[in-house]
Design a protein around this ligand. Structure first.
Ligand code: ING
Length: 313
């Protein structure tokens, strides 16, 4: 019996600083309803889907900064999203800024959750790879201060049995690092969900920033193919508070092929019929980890501290 999951990526256009969570939750619910109407049972929202991407600013007022985080999930403002999901029988991935209290101490994470079709939170992930800086940088029109506002994730890269398969999550910059997919790949992941907020002007090197679009799909397609997994990448995009961000949300098969892609820079739902057994056929042939990642040879692989010098002549 084929294990099919009908998936939607719910891309978001800009969220203005002035927009309330009530407003953004209404947008999320509207896209969830559209996704359901188009046959989806799992909706992948984006990174920090409830607020504007606030790490673009140096925020020194503590109350203003705290206003961007969720002290509880669901909370009073996000509960309607969970209620709608339960009513529709739709699961979802949601990215948000988390204010967690652990052993009486406050911690702040860039977080995502996986919610099943009965609106139960079955998984949580906290972003490991935090790009940008902790201190404001000269010469930038927009900062990228995730290292200032979040701690690195402390949950690793777990995977969960859900939706008839093995599900994994990551967030934005994580998608650029092979370790992200491989750690989940070694746990048998079959679908990796992720959201991203990707400004075009990140490195301020025109040649590199000019390839932002190319590097986006390159990273996700490689991760999908090399680990025989589906990858669902959902953007927050468009010009948000003056910062132009990449769209291109995509549903990528374990073959590495992009099988659905957003074409706008606004709220846009894309859907696909994802056969989880497609990944299985790759794992049983080309990427049979047990057979082809030669344990004996891999044991010999050591981290080199630099190139081997030429023999003394
Ligand atoms: N944003 C960006 C991302 O990794 C970035 C940062 C942009 C890195 C462009 C490299 C190039 O997509 C977040 N939020 O991680």
């Amino acid at each position: 019996m084929a294990r099919i999951v009908h998936v939607a990526a719910a891309q978001m256009g800009p969220i203005a600083k002035s927009e309330t969570r009530k407003d953004t939750v209404k947008r999320l619910i509207a896209m969830m309803r559209e996704a359901k109407a188009r046959g989806a049972e799992l909706v992948v929202f984006t990174e920090m889907a409830l607020t504007t991407f606030f790490p673009r600013w140096l925020i020194e007022d503590q109350d203003e900064l705290d206003s961007y985080y969720e002290p509880s999930m669901p909370g009073p403002v996000t509960q309607p999203l969970f209620d709608e999901a339960k009513k529709l029988g739709v699961g979802f991935y949601l990215g948000y800024a988390e204010l967690a209290t652990e052993a009486g101490k406050k911690h702040r994470y860039n977080t995502s959750i996986l919610v099943d079709r009965s609106a139960n939170i079955v998984g949580k992930y906290r972003k490991v790879h935090l790009p940008g800086h902790a201190e404001p940088q000269e010469g930038r029109t927009h900062q990228h201060l995730e290292k200032r506002y979040f701690e690195p994730g402390n949950l690793g890269f777990p995977v969960w049995r859900a939706f008839g398969g093995v599900m994994g999550m990551c967030i934005c910059n994580d998608r650029r690092w092979p370790e992200t997919y491989r750690v989940m790949g070694l746990q048998g992941v079959e679908m990796v969900m992720l959201g991203y907020n990707t400004p075009f002007a990140h490195t301020l090197h025109a040649d590199i920033d000019g390839l932002t679009s190319f590097h986006n799909h390159l990273s996700m397609q490689a991760g999908a193919y090399q680990n025989s997994t589906w990858v669902i990448g959902t953007a927050k995009c468009g010009t948000e508070e003056g910062s132009a961000m990449l769209g291109q949300s995509a549903i990528i098969a374990p073959s590495g092929e992009v099988i659905a892609q957003a074409v706008s820079l606004g709220d846009e739902v894309i859907t696909a019929r994802c056969d989880l057994d497609l990944g299985k056929r790759y794992r049983e042939t080309i990427f049979n980890f047990a057979k082809h990642r030669e344990p004996a040879a891999y044991k010999l692989i050591v981290e080199r501290k630099g190139a081997i010098a030429p023999p003394e002549t």
